[in-house]
Ligand binder design. Structure first.
Ligand code: ZN
Length: 70
């Protein structure tokens, strides 16, 4: 089971689809549908420029869309 991130990086303008495989922290971070909480300690970075995408919840919501896979 993985988590797909659809990323629109504000820093470099790159759109990328990024998949990560589950661990507890990733799932907690990605669990925004139910709790509407974004974990800003666990960095999600742009795969191109390494800019941190979740410095704040607002940044995360503006740049990252999470698509959970069953
Ligand atoms: Zn970037």
């Amino acid at each position: 089971m993985g988590v797909n991130y659809s990323i629109d990086c504000r820093h470099c303008g790159q759109h990328s689809d990024y998949t990560t495989y589950t661990d507890a922290r990733t799932m907690r971070c990605a669990d925004i549908d139910s709790s509407m909480h974004v974990d800003t300690e666990f960095a999600i970075r742009c795969p191109v420029c390494r800019s941190k995408l979740n410095t704040t919840e607002a940044d995360f919501r503006a740049q990252v869309r999470v698509v959970r896979q069953a």
